[in-house]
Design a protein around this ligand. Structure first.
Ligand code: UDP
Length: 233
């Protein structure tokens, strides 16, 4: 069983696919899925996106640097929203970020992060990488390496990585396991190139799995055969 995981979730996990804002049912689903894992004392870091609020590339009327800063602030809004709902559901949670100074957000200090995990807190990393021109996939890769996670789990709406689009091709084949080199060779899109290259460089395993199947996250953390695992060798 993995002891320390970094879970990357798109903002749309909070709103529903293609929707904006917050859907309480979706967030309670997330809480229930997390509770199943936290029971085992798993150290849980979360990087949340902001696709349910703002994505830089969707704000074509703005300069990219400004649009991306708005996007990063969206991740802060999501993190605070989740912190409150998590705590109302008895999950102790801390939000850390370098991008804002707000009373409910703490700065990122490596030593403190270990203390939060030891005390059983969920740690939500807000604000992406703190830089425009990146996405929260890259933030997830960075945070996973920084917090020495056993694995980066990317919770998505598909149950793994396929050789071609399973929605378009009936004969699409799902991979159970791949190496980083095989993924590059086959031209498979798993995460942003930047995120992927950080994970490859620092031997950070990636698991791509269907977050919307009940119990799947727990199976993933138990190292059962779920989704597609991308490994160094
Ligand atoms: N963003 C950024 N730098 C980062 C992370 C995010 O500028 O390091 C901005 C970017 O505009 C992005 C938005 O924040 O579109 C929300 O992140 P993302 O698109 O990754 O959210 P998701 O699609 O995962 O919900």
């Amino acid at each position: 069983m993995y002891k320390r995981i970094l879970l990357k979730l798109s903002g749309e996990v909070l709103s529903g696919e293609g929707e904006k804002g917050f859907n309480h049912e979706n967030i309670i689903y997330l809480v229930d899925e997390l509770k199943k894992i936290l029971e085992y004392g798993t150290n849980m870091g979360i990087v949340i996106g902001a696709g349910n609020l703002f994505r830089g590339r969707e704000m074509q009327e703005l300069s990219p640097t400004i649009a991306d800063q708005i996007g990063m602030l969206g991740t802060v809004i999501n993190a605070l929203y989740l912190k409150d709902i998590f705590e109302k559901n008895h999950l102790r949670t801390v939000v850390v970020s370098q991008v804002t100074s707000l009373p409910s957000i703490r700065p990122i200090h490596y030593d403190d992060i270990n203390l939060y995990f030891d005390a059983g807190y969920v740690v939500i990393f807000a604000g992406g990488t703190s830089n425009p021109f990146f996405t929260t996939d890259t933030a997830a890769a960075l945070r996973a390496v920084e917090m020495k996670a056993d694995i980066l789990i990317k919770g998505t709406k598909v149950d793994g990585i396929y050789d071609k689009d399973p929605k378009k091709y009936n004969d699409a084949k799902k991979f159970n396991m791949l190496t980083f080199d095989e993924a590059i060779e086959k031209g498979l899109k798993i995460m942003d190139t930047e995120a992927f290259s950080i994970c490859k460089r620092y031997d950070m395993k990636i698991l791509v799995m269907d977050f919307f199947k009940k119990g799947n996250l727990l199976s993933a953390v138990r190292e059962e055969n779920v989704g597609t695992l991308v490994v160094p060798k």
